[in-house]
Design a protein around this ligand. Structure first.
Ligand code: SF4
Length: 435
């Protein structure tokens, strides 16, 4: 695997480049939409009842007054991008915990549906929000994919993650998942692998619960990612993260899920039948992200919205979107980003890539494309480049490193607003966030 390690290092370096944003220069204008193009809209809801120690997302402790004002600002921002000419055919609501205020979420989804021809709506949630009334309300406002953050069915690991008291025991979570099944086209279960105290037996039990007991529509198995800001809390609560067993666990997961009749929707997402895809970045080249801490990718540049919720209020209430940072990619970097994201989905249509990049794609990335094939990480069949089993694990590393780069940027942005986060935690009666 020496060449593979080299390639991994190379992509890691490239990934960090994508999130080298400019300094905060105040509001950054959103580029105009392409004519007749329909985009994916991502909405970020950063509030959570409990802040898990392993989590590197942009999240803050829930406060009803702040969250109510936030949803109102988000609807104003949605209206702004609609007036700017953007049309959305798909909606993804992530967090944080988007279902933290069901009434506000419903009003927000209804606004998007009233103004855009949205046909696919995905919402993330936690196991304690799976009570019948809330599930039916989500279904009735058009949600067709619900993604539940479970992480593990091992009570010991749930306790280490500080999720047991808030989100329930393995048995309670399984009961809630069973009750929620059948209400959506896709019920996705988010899991994590490579916990320091995870064992083969614990992972095998999780896999059997998912496929044999629950028959989940879709399962996304994320590798545990460590970030500087969460490292101390993670070491204390869940143990020291190493990558020694990561490959072994990934191979266990893939072998089990494929044998159980699931197919890969992305490197770490396994679906039965025609489930909706978990990672929109693998399917959609461009997307618009709204809300504090959201990212957008438009016209060859990544954009980040302000992580300060107070700043977000100020921007939106003065008629601006929350975008404050921009990272413009060179045409070569755009091609590498395209390669990374498409192979995250398992295949890359080289003919489409050539058309997209004016017949320069294979010529520009010939080293990367040749290296992937020579280490047998990818195989070319006609115009399609497909990851091999070896390549899938390599892509776990690539995407882990890509998201680590994103997490490092999130840390930096959250560090800039540590006063705001501390005040929020103090008001909520906590001594500080877990991170
Ligand atoms: S993992 Fe925990 S802290 Fe992170 S978004 Fe989910 S509930 Fe919130």
């Amino acid at each position: 695997m020496r060449l593979a390690n080299l390639l991994s290092w190379y992509f890691r370096r490239s990934s960090r480049r994508y999130v080298r944003f400019n300094d905060d220069l105040g509001a950054v204008p959103l580029p105009g939409p392409s004519r007749d193009h329909q985009y994916l809209l991502y909405l970020h809801i950063p509030f959570c009842a409990v802040l898990c120690p392993f989590c590197s997302f942009h999240r803050v402790e829930f406060r009803e007054d702040k969250a109510t004002r936030y949803f109102r600002a988000l609807r104003e921002e949605i209206a702004m991008v609609g007036q700017a000419g953007f049309r959305f055919s798909e909606l993804y609501v992530g967090g944080g915990t988007p279902t933290v205020m069901p009434g506000e979420l419903k009003e927000t989804i209804n606004l998007v549906r009233a103004q855009h021809p949205v046909t696919c709506i995905s919402v993330e949630t936690n196991p304690d929000d799976l009570e019948n009334e809330r599930v039916l309300a989500l279904r009735d406002c058009g949600v067709n994919r619900l993604s539940v953050g479970v992480q593990s069915f091992d009570d010991r690991l749930l306790k280490e993650m500080q999720r047991y008291d808030k989100y329930g025991s393995s048995e309670q979570i399984r009961r809630r998942l069973k009750a929620a099944q059948g209400h959506f086209d896709t019920l996705n279960v988010d899991m994590i692998f490579n916990f320091p105290h995870q064992t083969d037996t614990s992972l095998a039990t999780d896999l059997n619960i998912l496929t044999n007991e629950l028959g989940a529509d879709q399962v996304s198995f994320y590798p545990l990612m460590s970030a500087d800001a969460t490292k101390k809390a993670m070491n204390k609560e869940i143990g020291v993260v190493t990558y020694d067993r990561e490959r072994h666990y990934y191979e266990m997961i893939a072998a089990h899920m494929l044998a159980a009749g699931y197919t890969r929707s992305s490197t770490w997402c396994f679906s039965r039948g025609t489930s909706m895809v978990d990672e929109y970045i693998a399917e959609r080249e461009e997307y618009v992200g709204l809300g504090s801490g959201a990212f957008s990718y438009l016209d060859g540049a990544l954009y980040a919205s302000t992580f300060s919720i107070n700043h977000y209020f100020k921007l939106v209430e003065s008629g601006l979107t929350g975008l404050v940072r921009r990272s413009g990619l060179s045409s070569r970097e755009q091609m590498r980003y395209y390669l990374l994201m498409h192979l995250f989905g398992g295949t890359l249509d080289l003919a489409a890539a050539e058309e997209r990049f004016d017949n320069q794609f294979c010529r520009t990335l010939w080293i990367e494309l040749s290296a992937l094939q020579s280490i047998r990480a990818a195989r070319k069949t006609g115009h399609t480049l497909c990851l091999t089993e070896r390549g899938f694990y390599l892509w776990v590393i690539m995407m882990r490193e890509f998201f680590s780069g994103v997490n490092a940027f999130r840390e930096q942005m959250r560090h800039n607003i540590s006063d705001e986060l501390d005040v929020a935690a103090a008001k909520a009666g906590h001594s500080g966030t877990a991170c």
